[in-house]
Design a protein around this ligand. Structure first.
Ligand code: NAP
Length: 349
């Protein structure tokens, strides 16, 4: 089958037509790739080789496609259904930048009628990363069916205008929190539309940011999510200087940055959680991996309901490349960072 490979760390993308077509194991489906979202992790893996389990590798993980084969024991999907979500990273057979790829039934979403095939490709990585950080990292709970939650508490999302950030704002706000988020001023309307109650500019001096946070929240928060993977230092300052954490006495920080050294200041009572979406699907590889799979499996059930009921809305998107020939250019365009809060997609079939 056709697809795009990378031969070794730092090598360019190459179109090929001799990839083996994968076969689904028990509990898996084979999906025809229609659209793929593009994420920062593609260039991270292509340039560093990290998270790649064997070479050459087919990258791509934000899937949206049609189920063409089902493995034994699969009950959620049948042939012709539309599956989307995040695939296993760096493992042969799972990359979305090829004609057909595998997905684990329990970690894949089924597309409802109110979401287009393109919109589905914006959801997997952003939504699951945000969910891991909010649930496993910050301890939030989703509302039950028909329940409206209102908590007397703020939750801070640092970097709310990106893909992870926009979904984090939506989830935290319908889970009852008032959300305060940092972003570039031009992206404030987008963050408010996603459900944030207020925004501040992360480019201002930190003292000014802290004084704004104090005046907006009165210190009534104990949970901070770094969605942009760049906010460890300001987050520690914000939690130490502003949070009164009167709810449970503890302060919680979750970050998409899972590579930089981090430790909480002494006696600050801050719990740090590193989000590792790359552990998705790595069943049996260790207790952390199993726990990540468990959290995601459990989250997908209510997330599908929130999507079908319109409580979570897919972010805006733009097609930046067509076909396997257009993929390298699409990733380059994405890396130039010109999409202003929209998800970059490549149309593969
Ligand atoms: N650990 C994991 O498992 C995992 C999973 C998914 C993603 N990630 C990482 O998480 C990061 C975000 O991913 P994404 O897909 O959401 O990227 P994205 O859509 O490109 O968004 C990145 C956002 O970061 C914001 N930003 C830049 N500098 C900032 C700063 N100094 N303070 C606060 N915000 C800042 C930008 O905000 P403005 O545009 O408003 O300036 C932008 O919206 C990436 O580094 C990605 O590699 C990690």
């Amino acid at each position: 089958m056709r697809g795009v490979t990378v031969a070794s760390p730092g090598a360019p993308y190459e179109v090929t037509d001799d990839l083996p077509k994968p076969s689904p194991n028990d509990g898996q489906v084979l999906v025809r790739s229609l659209f793929s979202g593009i994420n920062p992790v593609e260039t991270f893996m292509q340039s560093s080789g990290m998270l790649v389990t064997s070479w050459p590798v087919v990258l791509g993980c934000d899937a949206s496609g049609e189920v063409v084969e089902v493995g034994k024991g699969v009950s959620k999907f049948k042939i012709g259904d539309h599956a989307y979500g995040c695939t296993r990273l760096g493992v042969p057979g799972y990359g979305t930048f090829q004609e057909y790829h595998l997905m684990d039934e329990k970690l894949a979403f089924k597309k409802p009628g109110n979401i287009s095939v393109e919109q589905a490709a914006t959801l997997g990585v952003g939504l699951l990363t945000a969910s891991l950080g909010l649930i496993a990292g910050l301890g939030i709970e989703f509302p039950a069916a028909g329940e409206t939650l209102k908590r007397d508490e703020w939750l801070i999302v640092l970097g709310g205008s990106g893909s992870v950030g926009q979904y984090a704002i939506q989830i935290a706000s319908f889970s009852g929190y008032q959300v305060l988020t940092s972003c570039s001023p031009s992206k404030a309307p987008l963050c408010i539309a996603a459900g944030a109650s207020a925004t501040f500019d992360y480019k201002l001096p930190l003292d000014e940011q802290i004084s704004t946070i104090n005046s907006i929240t009165g210190g009534d928060f104990s949970k901070v999510l770094d969605a942009g993977a760049v906010s460890y230092v300001p987050a520690m300052e914000i939690l130490v200087k502003c949070s009164n954490s009167k709810k449970d006495g503890a302060k919680h920080f979750a970050s998409t940055d899972d590579w930089s050294p981090m430790s909480a200041p002494d006696k600050s009572g801050i719990n740090i959680y590193r989000i590792r979406l790359g552990q998705l699907g790595r069943y049996g590889e260790g207790s952390q991996q199993d726990e990540t799979c468990r959290v995601l499996e459990e989250a997908i059930v209510p997330l599908e309901r929130f999507l079908a009921e319109g409580q979570i809305k897919p972010m805006e998107w733009e097609i930046v490349g067509h076909g396997f020939e257009g993929l390298a250019g699409a990733v380059k365009l994405f890396d130039s960072g010109t999409f202003g809060g929209k998800k970059a997609l490549v149309k593969l079939a």
